[in-house]
Design a protein around this ligand. Sequence first.
Ligand code: ADP
Ligand code: ASP
Ligand code: MG
Length: 454
Amino acid sequence: MSLVVAKFGGTSVANYAAMQSCASIIAANPNTKVVVVSASSGVTNLLVELTKATINDIQRDALINDINVVQQDILMQLDASVDVVSAIGQVLNRIQQLSEALVLDRSKAIMDELLSCGELCSSILFAEVLKQIGVNATAFDVRHVLRTDSHFGKAEPQIEQISHLVEQHLLPHLATQCVVTQGFVGADCHGQTTTLGRGGSDYSAALLAEALHAEAVEIWTDVAGIYSTDPRITNNARPLKEISFNEAAEMATFGAKVLHPATILPAVRQQIQVFVGSSKQPELGGTWIRHQVHNPPVFRAVALRRGQTLLNLHSLQMLHAQGFLAHIFTTLAQHKISVDLITTSEVNVALTLDQTGSDSSGQGLLTEALLQELSQHCRVRVEDKLALVALIGNQIATTSGLCKQVFEVLEPYNVRMICQGASPHNLCVLVSENDAADVVTRLHGQLFELEGRC
Ligand code: ADP
Ligand code: ASP
Ligand code: MG
């Protein structure tokens, strides 16, 4: 069976009209058998606010009301059946209960169940929109199949179990129905709800596509594909027709929000093509992410990731010693922190940590406990409000003459760190967040907008 998994992000399911455009896309391709939806735009942010310890009763009621309004608006325009109205009513009641439960018990498990409610609502509503245009659709609870560990807020999918559960519980529906399910949400082996981290619906779609051996994953969003840089930063960004898995993975890792960083992994494992396009303007086409692409250029795109923290560790123990780095990395791993960039000198190590990579409820990575533990072995200096600008392309490390073009642009800025060489696909610089958009715009101008370049 030739099967496509289509994922629609928050703006694509923000309201009834947006959902209707998505429904037409699905109706146009009978191979689209699995649909993964995000929460309607803004709803997850409201749910995150609800998880905060600092909100009072009045604020809680206001947040819940805002969430209700989004769902009720869609319900009203849908002219939904009694079953759908009651299903949405149950989720909304659950939001109330869970947010009240958090006052007494700030458990991460409760937070995750609360955060999952946005996707639960949008999947129920979207299945109904599909039914109304004659698609035989059903809402499916992804927690039956998307097994994860119990790391609430940033749960790790269990690939083998997902494959097994999908075969048992999801595949049988697909012979006759189009299944609409939730992105971002999973369940651990005790059936407790988990979430995959912000923006995780892309990842959910890719995981389901992998388990189903799908032919393609379509990521429908608010832009017509992957661009040479974020089109919100410069109007000169241009859409890319195709890019390789490697390039896409680097772009996502280094901040192109259009794709969650983990999305490419399942696609690579099963060699599944990924398409990115605009749900509002599908006629514009989009970007295909493939294993093989024609004539990969040296520079393909510029990515930007804000919210970076630089940790500078200084220790005289490092001088001619062994094991210092091992020690530091063990400590970081124990605190579940993954390091992005690293440079070392004789007695210093500089590392960057990604605050945007925090868990679903936005909890920061750099805790007091971690800083104290590190301080026992070295002097720690922390610098934040930094941004990582990454040039993405091919054979960057082995092509001569590139540095001049790049450094010309960087000349007026304070570059806090440079990394190049580990991967042939990127060259990264760390700059102040205030300079970041300028640096991206200028690099884009220099590398993509001048005649005859790349
Ligand atoms: P969704 O809600 O559909 O998942 P996101 O907001 O997560 O959508 O991702 C889409 C956004 O990604 C775009 O609006 C755009 O601003 C941003 N973006 C960042 N880098 C790029 C890029 N290189 N190409 C396209 N979009 C990008
Ligand atoms: N709704 C979740 C978020 O806003 C997941 C997603 O949209 O991908 O982060
Ligand atoms: Mg997204």
